[in-house]
Design a protein around this ligand. Structure first.
Ligand code: GDP
Length: 432
């Protein structure tokens, strides 16, 4: 059986949690492939609103093995807290497997991120301050500590002491903070190790064997394409690679294993924090999108910037991820607008761009070129079939898929599992 990848096509918060939950039913493995406890999926299932930041949403299904793959950075304390939270509402987290190759977020990562963000002042990146960026930086610098290090106390202590010597110099001499003590860190982390031990596995082998045995594997990214370290709006990006290609490196499978690449696309666009956002609407309509869509961060509570659907980034996401289909979320939020806008191209420096301009200065200066489509008033939350959507909403979706160049597979009209409408990409066009 082939693998499928779920990837955000915008700046994150597209509703990947809901989409993964919808797809998970038919899956045997759900794998998280990058990021850390900064992702914040919200899932509404069986009467619980669950906020999962690290554990893949497949955990809600007892038949699914949830996997955290090598490319994720893990704060063991946060992971254990999340597992305890699941247990508290009666969800058994025992079918969670974590790669021993995952790098760990250490107390000095949290401390350093706090002080460096403060140091940057108004140029701060606005990170979630969970130590994720510093942990990825140490991974690239080859001084990171991995989960497997926990299971050899001598090695763990030696590595920790070497790293801490340098980190403490930076903390005390550059930032005037107190040094951290290796014994305290060691005590805490060795305690975490005992609880994590039953979950640590060779996840690459596990997934490979699963695929060979005909199992269905869903690879789930966090954040979104435009926040990708390489393909996003650098430096206003995350410290890992959400794009579909990275799923393969993180899990350790080849490209030929993947059949579907599903792009999660909100029916409008939001962005958290600083950085370019051509279709941002800072007026009353943007405000209304934010209110109707409850656009506040799951992890930080920060208000998200809101704007209209941007087909330029949708095409870009289709290209860099090799999308095979779109999963459109939050269509219900667009009810009640006289007209809805879609950005088809940008104008920058007197030139029309139908693709994301390759120089950041042009992207920063990009003005959206809009097409206006008829709006609809109907509340979509009760709609249970694609054909029951108002004609104007179906026309809007048709335009989205034409502009993106990728067929729509599913449309979501609310946070619940039952509010997902399967849109056979070819059949609905005739009745629109
Ligand atoms: P993720 O990080 O991509 O999973 O996105 P978030 O979970 O941060 O944001 C998605 C939010 O929108 C959650 O609160 C979901 O319950 C909610 N949501 C998902 N799909 C829909 C939808 O179709 N309509 C509405 N109104 N809300 C949705």
């Amino acid at each position: 059986m082939p693998a499928s990848i779920v990837v955000g096509t915008q700046w994150g918060d597209e509703g990947k949690g809901k989409a993964t939950d919808y797809l998970a039913d038919r899956m045997d493995f759900v794998v998280r492939y990058q990021g850390g406890n900064n992702a914040g999926h919200t899932i509404l299932a069986e009467g619980h609103t669950l906020k999962l930041q690290l554990i893949p949403s497949g955990i809600l299904y007892p038949h699914i093995t949830s996997v955290i793959a090598d490319g994720v950075v893990v704060d063991p304390r946060a992971l254990l807290e999340e597992m305890d939270g699941l247990s508290a509402v009666g969800i058994d987290p025992s079918h969670l497997a974590v790669s021993g190759n995952c790098h760990m977020i250490m107390p000095y990562h949290l401390e350093l991120e706090k002080v460096t963000e403060r140091f940057l002042g108004k140029n701060a990146l606005g990170t979630t301050k969970r130590g994720i960026g510093p942990a990825y930086a140490d991974k690239a610098a080859r001084i990171g500590l991995r989960i497997q290090d926990l299971f050899d106390e001598k090695i763990f202590r030696a590595k920790l002491e070497i790293v801490l010597r340098e980190k403490n110099l930076v903390l005390t001499r550059v930032y005037g903070r107190l040094p951290l003590t290796s014994d305290l860190i060691l005590d805490d982390y060795l305690r975490y190790a005992e609880r994590l031990r039953p979950h640590v596995a060779d996840t690459s082998r596990l997934i490979h064997d699963g695929l060979r045995a005909g199992k269905n594997v869903l690879l789930e990214g966090a954040q979104g394409t435009m926040l990708d370290l390489d393909k996003g709006t650098y430096p206003f990006v995350t410290s890992s690679n959400p794009v579909a290609g990275y799923a393969l490196a993180s899990v350790g499978i080849g490209p030929r294993e993947v059949e579907r690449v599903i792009g999660i696309t909100k029916a409008y666009v939001t962005r958290v924090g600083a950085g370019p956002f051509p279709t941002e609407d800072t007026g009353p309509e943007g405000e209304r999108l934010g209110e109707r869509g409850r656009e506040f961060g799951t992890v930080t509570g920060r208000k998200r910037r809101c704007g209209w659907f941007d087909a330029v980034i949708a095409r870009y996401a289709a290209r860099v991820n090799g999308l095979t289909e779109l999963f459109v979320t939050k269509l219900d939020v667009l009810s009640g607008f006289d007209s809805v806008k879609v950005c088809t191209a940008y104008r920058a420096d007197g030139t029309l761009y139908e693709d994301v301009p390759s120089h950041q200065s042009l992207f920063h200066a990009a003005e959206p070129v809009y097409e206006e489509l008829e709006g609809w008033d109907e509340d979509l939350a009760q709609v249970r079939a694609f054909a029951e959507l108002p004609a104007a909403a179906r026309k809007y979706l048709d335009r989205l898929q034409d502009l993106a160049g990728v067929p729509i597979g599913v449309v979501s009209v609310g946070p619940g599992r039952e509010q997902s409408l399967s849109a056979d990409a070819t059949s609905h066009r005739d009745d629109a």
